[in-house]
Write a protein that binds this ligand. Structure first.
Ligand SMILES: O=C(O)CCC(=O)c1ccccc1C(=O)O
Ligand SMILES: [Mg+2]
Length: 369
């Protein structure tokens, strides 16, 4: 394959509802849709899952745009690849900037799968035709509103409920949830809001039979996570801590957590994702696919990723309609009884709707070889 043209679409899409985590509230998603064209005319799609501000991770949309424009796109255009795995080595000299790297990687994998006439899920070695999904619910000022959201999503059939927590909105919130929903598969995500000084609070979550607590401590604190895991029964799941194969290897070796939330963007692309998948398979560490409030393009990629065998826990890939009045793909992502069908048609298996893409595009730039 040889990519001869790349278009970046800077998108602005308003979600139906604001989404609040320990690091802030987001309703207007600003991100990049990356469209790549091969010399044979095949088009591949990728989503750069940055936000407007660097609150979850150090990258943000304007920075990723520059990274792509100045470094990654010039390196990619006009180069002959025999396999998309080669992009990872090509981008390796540039430190981090994983969300930007993963956007080109995603589009290249879509092209590759389309050229092979197979689905993206097949191309990456997926083994499922349908996947189980959960839903991630934001922090609410009003506990009744959160309980209502949980009721609604449980009735819709989602396979597990994830609730965001932060100091002051943790033990009592979980206690209330468990009073009304004693048996639902439930987990919490702290997005790094705690330190080891909060050990007593975090221990108080143990009696509530949570599937896991996601990223209680700061991203770099693999040692502190290992220390915390020794003192709490609830399994720790790592999200922000895992940016590379070596992060995953060291986290497993140290016992920093028992579960990994995989986001392809965060690890810089599908090739590294697959290596971590092999590592976790070997080490018996379950994974699940995280989410970044994606549009349909990123969502399609997440569905393919979840079809891999180590993705044994329901992820955050909820239906398009959980986020958007209208999504930019046809068909949208549908969830029935907590299940999403993995498309079997070539590539990502969804068509990007050009009209809707244009409607939410605020800036567009094309680069040619
Ligand atoms: O519904 C989704 O896409 C996942 C929502 C979510 O939890 C999240 C959204 C944005 C940034 C970080 C996270 C996270 O998993 O920590
Ligand atoms: Mg998380």
């Amino acid at each position: 394959m040889k990519i001869i043209e790349i278009t970046m679409h800077r998108m602005n899409m308003r979600m139906k509802n604001p989404f609040t985590t320990s690091f802030g509230t987001e309703q207007d998603r600003e991100f990049i849709i990356l469209e790549a064209k091969d010399e044979d005319g095949t088009i591949g799609w990728g989503e750069c899952v940055t936000s407007e501000s660097p609150l979850y991770i150090e990258e943000f949309t304007k920075a990723a745009w520059v990274m792509l424009e100045e470094y990654l796109i010039p390196l990619t255009l006009g180069r002959e690849f025999s396999h998309p795995d080669e992009l990872t080595d090509l981008f390796e000299p540039f430190k981090r900037n994983n969300l930007a790297k993963a956007a080109i990687d995603a589009a290249a994998w879509d092209i590759y799968a389309k050229q092979q006439g197979i689905s993206l899920a097949q191309a990456i070695g997926g083994c499922r035709t349908d996947i189980e999904v959960g839903v991630s619910l934001g922090i609410e000022d009003d506990i009744e509103k959160l309980l209502n959201n949980i009721k609604e999503k449980t009735e819709e059939g989602y396979k597990r409920i994830k609730v965001k927590i932060k100091p002051g909105k943790d033990v009592e919130v979980v206690e209330q949830i468990r009073k009304q929903f004693p048996d639902i598969p439930l987990m919490v995500d702290a997005n790094s809001a705690y330190t080891l000084d909060d050990m007593e609070t975090l221990k108080k979550l143990d009696p509530f039979n949570l599937m896991m607590i996601e990223q209680p401590l700061t991203a770099g604190d693999l040692i502190d996570h290992a220390e915390l895991q020794k003192h709490i029964k609830t399994p720790i799941c790592l999200d922000e801590s895992i940016h590379s194969y070596d992060d995953a290897r060291q986290a497993i070796q140290l016992g920093s957590g028992k579960i990994i939330n995989m986001k392809v963007g965060r690890v810089g692309g599908i090739t590294t994702m697959k290596r971590i998948h092999e590592l976790c398979k070997e080490a018996n560490v379950p994974m699940w696919c995280g989410g970044m409030l994606e549009s349909g393009v990123g969502r399609a990629h997440n569905i393919a990723v979840t079809s891999l065998s180590t993705f044994t826990l329901p992820g955050d890939t909820a239906a398009s309609s959980r986020y958007w009045e209208e999504d930019i793909i046809d068909p949208e992502v549908y969830v029935k009884d907590g299940i999403v069908q993995v498309p079997a048609s070539p590539g990502i298996g969804y068509e990007v709707n050009r009209e809707k893409l244009a409607k939410y595009t605020v800036e567009k730039k094309t680069f040619k070889q």
